[in-house]
Ligand binder design. Sequence first.
Ligand SMILES: Cc1cc2nc3c(=O)[nH]c(=O)nc-3n(C[C@H](O)[C@H](O)[C@H](O)COP(=O)(O)OP(=O)(O)OC[C@H]3O[C@@H](n4cnc5c(N)ncnc54)[C@H](O)[C@@H]3O)c2cc1C
Ligand code: FES
Length: 267
Amino acid sequence: MRQSSLTQHDFTVISNTQVAEGVWRMVFASEVARSIEPGQFMNFEVPGDGSHILRIPLSFSLADAAHGRVVIYYAVVGEGTGRLARMRPQEASTLLGPCGNGWRLPADTSKRALLVAGGIGLPPVVAAADLLAAAGVGFDVAIGLRTKDALAPTLLQELELFQDKDTQVRMATDDGSLGLHGFATQAAEQLLSERDYGSIYTCGPQVMMAGVAKLAEERGIACQVSMERMMGCGFGACACCNVALAAGGYALCCQDGPVFDAQEVAW
Ligand SMILES: Cc1cc2nc3c(=O)[nH]c(=O)nc-3n(C[C@H](O)[C@H](O)[C@H](O)COP(=O)(O)OP(=O)(O)OC[C@H]3O[C@@H](n4cnc5c(N)ncnc54)[C@H](O)[C@@H]3O)c2cc1C
Ligand code: FES
């Protein structure tokens, strides 16, 4: 397993705007851009309320090592993400990162990969697209959302940076307002019936990832999942982010993951 060089870094907000229903996009400057790898995450200290001592774990979509910039997307769901949304350009704080272990290249790079994202699980899937494109692996994408207003157009633009001429992006929404009326797993199933894939990468709600893991297992396709757990420390000290393993016992989401082989996880 690759060891991450976890360090505290400063970050300075460059922009921070709402880009979809309940979703914000932040671009920030930080040295972490030079060491973070696709699928890893950062743990953010959000200023504004000293009584909230826990940091907020967030993934990223793009990291530009040359310019020291990182792009994150976050859903405002509570106190901490609410304060994050109020950070203005030039405001600074700290983050811990890179945290955990990210996406790995597939064993067979000659076949296309299928990426499956649900809701705010799309940013780390864009990072997976970056990793795959850099290795010359073509990919298709199945995206599931609650409704069309939950889609951040900038995420699709970022995804386009890594697509090849054959890439298909298949959308599904719970209310049928965009693409297929249904779930990401159904969009994934369509693509699986049309094309031959050597690997699957997925991030989103646990129930969706369990469905994707089942599709992969039935077809004998290697599948990586990016798990989410409530986190305390984010670096293996508090043992509060357990992921139950198929072989018995537990792994730590923050340190052993967040990316696991789907077969390792007890769904
Ligand atoms: C490795 C990792 C990567 C993540 N990446 C992203 C990302 O890129 N974008 C994004 O929007 N969110 C991401 N999250 C989830 C994000 O960390 C939480 O939404 C955030 O910490 C909530 O903080 P809060 O103070 O606003 O909410 P709180 O007031 O703490 O909680 C509000 C609600 O969110 C739920 N919640 C809080 N933390 C988590 C969590 N870790 N997982 C699931 N539910 C949670 C609570 O149960 C509660 O229902 C990630 C989580 C992990 C573990
Ligand atoms: S969050 Fe503390 S051990 Fe994982």
